[in-house]
Design a protein around this ligand. Structure first.
Ligand code: AMP
Length: 618
């Protein structure tokens, strides 16, 4: 039975527990719920504001503050003030090395392939723990404002987040004491907030344009039968409103002949100018001229000048939109709705250019800072069973597969497969009596695994000893709705089983995903050649193995010259394996096959007649 209590904050009856929707953002985070009227609403903990800056400050006494209180320490105590932790979530040092200078705190690189850690004082924190602090703050604010326990949540992530990043987000929720019911894509949440996709009969292709403070992404979604499918995503993880601020700042520096070196050494003036630049940008969203000064420095800029300065950046976002349309196999004219997300979409020029690009008015009625959290609250309501069932469907950005003989990638779940999805394939052993099988899981588009990313490796142990080719090993990939992969291997004859949830030890940057796709296209020709060579070599090796076993077991049935001749063919095949010529290998395989076929038949006949005489043959 559901418990019911009176909610002191709203004065109404309320179920004892409710599920909140959380937008865990790079710059700001916020939490929303469905109010007693059934409408989504951002939770406002009295006096603390709606937006919680995603910033953590470690105080000298060891305590931690999150949000606006922490923001104040960004310039005065940068080493102990952590911002933009979302950029580090599920990432290895390798992933973020080129952005190293962006972080003013210590990002540790003890092992380039493992997840990054952040050093504060003499302690190390993982981005998961740090995100956990932010989520805990959000949970506490919600509990304080609503006066009820909050233990369950839906958390949003960018559509391009990979397995590792989604898993990290889920773990951060766990650390904050939240049962994360669903990880939802931010564009899907934004769409839900506009009520787009809530009607199961609706069929639409939409674009979600998200320009925040430091990041940009665009997603093309197809909504059909209440299912949200991400057709494609594109973006730039270092493009956003901060660039607009910088453009204004640089303009003022030039206009006033300020010495950049002096500025670099005067953090207070620098920060002051930065804040003024942001203030100017925001003012220019509603007025044509900004005019102010700081320490006697005149700070003026017109809307026209501002637009001229940011035009290249806005164009970059449109270029990303173009790519997303191509990848999604759709055209601007086919996009029926365009949704604006992120504070920087308040800049009129951004709206105008995006509207012109897609050739239709954009949705900007809902506060662009809140739209994702509001949608997450709607999703939590759906999960609570208060709305008709709506499925959420994403696609996996890169193919998932395992390594097979010769280091080849055997794709099990192809890129762009809708998730949740399940796929499997049967394998067998290559050596007689093989009792263990190493299973290496990879992500990527190239034919050779060493060009792709390794996600995990495990061993299926305890396969009963059988001749090569006899065990039947079923390998199944299960990619759940959050994009988290579980791999299961079962040897069917014995029932030996192994299962691993893939928690990749590193993540991929957006740019890397793109690079991997590009590489796979550029190298497609070479990869095919190489794949064919490796396949030929593997086949040749199998043939050698079989032929040698055959000679060993059946020499009694063969004449001396037949054995010598067979060995000559075997050696010719062996020599061909390293010549790098697949046709030569195939030729040698065929020659060996041709020569030995009559014996094989003869041996078979003899074996049968022996067996019929009641003799045991091996
Ligand atoms: P978000 O990351 O979505 O919270 O977006 C924050 C960004 O939106 C920052 O760069 C802000 O400066 C920017 N922003 C907030 N309000 C406005 C406004 N009125 N006009 C233009 N940009 C704004």
């Amino acid at each position: 039975m559901a418990k019911v209590s009176i909610n002191l904050a709203t004065g109404s009856l309320q179920k004892e527990e409710l599920i909140v929707g959380i937008d865990l953002g790079t710059t700001n985070s916020l939490v929303a719920f469905i109010n007693p009227d059934g409408n989504p609403q951002v939770i406002n903990d009295t006096g603390k504001g709606l937006l919680v800056p995603s910033i953590i400050h470690f105080q000298a006494d060891g305590s931690i503050v999150v949000g606006n209180e922490a923001k104040e320490f960004l310039t005065s105590d940068p080493e102990n003030t952590i911002f933009s932790v979302k950029r580090l979530l599920g990432r290895s040092y390798q992933d973020i090395a080129r952005y190293r200078d962006f972080f003013s705190y210590k990002v540790i690189d003890d092992n380039s392939e493992s997840l990054v850690k952040i050093k504060v004082g003499d302690k190390f924190y993982t981005p998961i723990e740090l995100s956990g602090f932010i989520l805990k703050e959000l949970k506490e604010r919600a509990e304080h404002a609503l006066k009820i326990p909050v233990n369950r949540a839906v958390i949003t992530v960018p559509a391009y987040f990979n397995d590792s990043q989604r898993q990290a987000t889920r773990d951060a929720g766990k650390l904050a004491g939240l049962d994360v019911l669903r990880i939802v894509n931010e564009p899907t949440a934004a769409s839900l907030a506009y009520g787009i996709g809530l009607n199961p009969d609706e069929e639409k292709t939409i674009a979600v344009y998200d320009l925040g403070g430091g990041t940009f992404d665009v997603s093309i979604l197809k909504i059909q039968n209440g299912i949200f499918e991400v057709l494609s995503t594109n973006g730039d993880t270092f493009l956003g409103g901060d660039d607009f601020d910088r453009a204004i700042l640089n303009y003022w520096i030039t206009e006033n002949n300020l010495d950049p070196e002096v500025l670099a050494n005067d953090q207070i003036l620098n920060q002051g100018l930065r804040l003024k630049a942001e203030e100017a940008k925001k003012a220019l969203s509603t007025q044509n001229l900004y005019n102010d000064s700081l320490n006697g420095i005149p700070l003026a800029i017109s809307k026209q000048k501002f637009e001229e300065l940011i035009a290249p950046k806005v164009q970059e976002t449109l270029d990303c939109c173009k790519k997303a349309l191509v990848d999604g196999g759709t055209k601007a004219e086919e996009i029926q709705e365009v949704i604006m997300v992120g504070g920087s979409t308040r800049t009129p020029m951004v709206k105008e250019r995006v509207a012109a690009f897609f050739g239709k008015a954009v949705h900007d009625q809902i506060n662009p800072d809140q739209v994702v959290a509001l949608g997450a609250a709607i999703q939590s309501d759906i999960l609570a069973g208060n709305r008709s069932d709506i499925l959420l469907l994403d696609v996996t950005p890169l193919s998932l597969g395992i390594e097979t003989m010769g280091g080849l990638m055997d794709v099990i779940i192809p890129r762009n497969s809708k998730v949740p999805t399940k796929a499997g394939r049967q394998y067998t052993t290559s050596v007689d009596g093989q009792v263990n099988m190493k299973i290496s899981v990879f992500q990527g588009e190239r034919d050779l695994v060493n060009e792709n990313r390794k996600l995990a490796e495990f061993e299926l142990k305890g396969i009963p000893a059988m001749p090569a080719g006899l065990p039947k090993v079923d390998i199944n990939f299960l990619l759940n709705a959050d994009g988290i992969l579980t791999v299961q291997a079962v040897e069917l004859r014995s029932g030996v089983k192994q299962e691993v949830a893939i928690k990749p030890s590193y993540g991929l940057t957006d740019a890397e995903v793109e690079q991997m796709l590009l590489d796979s296209i550029q190298h497609a020709q070479a990869d095919v050649q190489q794949r064919m060579l490796i396949e030929a070599r593997t086949e040749g090796e199998q043939m050698l193995y079989t032929a040698e076993r055959f000679l060993e077991k059946n020499s009694a049935y063969l004449q001396e010259n037949e054995i010598v001749e067979t060995k000559t063919y075997i050696e010719a095949l062996r020599a061909s394996l390293n010549a790098g010529d697949k046709d030569l290998i195939h030729a040698k395989i065929d020659e060996l096959n041709e020569y030995t076929r009559p014996f094989a038949e003869r041996v078979m006949d003899m074996a049968i007649s022996q067996a019929m005489k009641g003799k045991q043959i091996e």
